[in-house]
Design a protein around this ligand. Structure first.
Ligand SMILES: Cc1ncc(COP(=O)(O)O)c(C=O)c1O
Length: 296
């Protein structure tokens, strides 16, 4: 079944301070963000009518813009309120929230000091199907050809559109070979992350995850570290060499979209989704479920 293109969905989009009809939320083809990747964005999920860690995501949106040299002309409070109001207006409880900010079309060229800074928020329905049995089979990852850049090469702490060029290339290459995603190494050749999610490994009952020193320190990553610590599981944030992949028993990805997704395969390496992955999957489900709903 063909899905409806995203520019033809229904409802409203919050754009530069106003709610506009979905179809009217347009930009001109000569938009700096489109040509020069001067754009930052967020990916958030609403569960049971509440946006999980909304304030943290909005702060990261603001910080990402500052890293790219511009200031979003709407306070974090205004953006938080707009996200909540839009979720209500769209009538969704379980949904994906996509704020984005970009340099406009006032001038074209590498320099765009005086271009308007635009900001928009779109929300679409995206229920989270927590089917633990299905998830516990694990997904298959290929090894990506591209590497996460040195922080001296690109502003790696920003959730910036430009950094996703190599992610799309890597994910497409993996999908063409029948894999779900790809594991990217970093500029030093150490294990980094997947194309849109962080990675964790299990060895002898402990968690191991790469230091987030050249890629996004995901909000889900930080949540899962906290959940693991609450369970008394030791978390080792450290440099991980690709040769070590053979020594880990379990592997899973974390991200707003991925949530906690077990991995069964990375290239030649095999993992068996087990107790720790399952525990953290369940703990994450409980964590994102609004307290009122959990109590019912
Ligand atoms: C490249 C990349 N790494 C990691 C993550 C995980 O971040 P978060 O848990 O904040 O969604 C994402 C998703 O936003 C991502 O796109």
């Amino acid at each position: 079944m063909a899905s409806v293109p995203f520019d033809q969905l229904d409802g409203f989009i919050w754009m530069n301070g106003e709610f506009v009809k979905w179809a009217d939320a347009k930009v001109h083809v000569l938009t700096h963000g489109l040509h020069y990747a001067s754009s930052v964005f967020e990916g958030e999920r609403a569960y049971g009518g509440e946006i999980f860690k909304l304030a943290e995501h909005t702060k990261r949106l603001h910080d990402s813009a500052e890293i790219l040299g511009f200031t979003i002309p709407y306070s974090q409070e205004v953006i938080n309120d707009a996200c909540c109001e839009l979720l209500r207006k769209q009538g969704f409880t379980d949904a994906y929230v996509r704020p984005v900010a970009w340099r406009g079309s006032e001038s074209m060229g590498v320099s765009a000091q005086n271009n308007r800074i635009n900001c928009a928020i779109a929300i679409w329905q995206w229920p989270s199907y927590f089917n633990p049995e299905q998830k516990l089979k694990g997904i298959r990852l290929d090894m990506a050809e591209y590497r996460r850049p040195d922080p001296r090469t690109a502003p790696s702490r920003a959730k910036a559109a430009g950094l996703y060029m190599i992610c799309t290339l890597s994910k497409h290459a993996a999908e063409a070979k029948g894999y779900a995603d790809a594991l990217m190494l970093d500029w030093r050749g150490q294990v980094a992350e997947a194309t849109g999610a962080n990675v964790f490994f299990v060895k002898d009952g402990q968690l191991h995850t790469p230091d987030a020193d050249c890629f996004l320190n995901g909000i889900t990553r930080q949540t899962v570290i906290e959940l693991a610590k609450r369970r008394g599981i030791t978390v080792n944030e450290r440099a991980i060499q690709p040769e070590e992949l053979s020594t880990f028993s379990e592997c899973f990805l974390t991200g707003t979209a991925a949530e906690v997704t077990p991995v069964s395969e990375i290239g030649e390496f095999r993992f068996t989704p087990g107790k720790i992955s399952e525990q953290l999957m369940n703990d994450y489900t409980a964590e994102v479920t609004p307290k009122q709903i959990a109590a019912e």
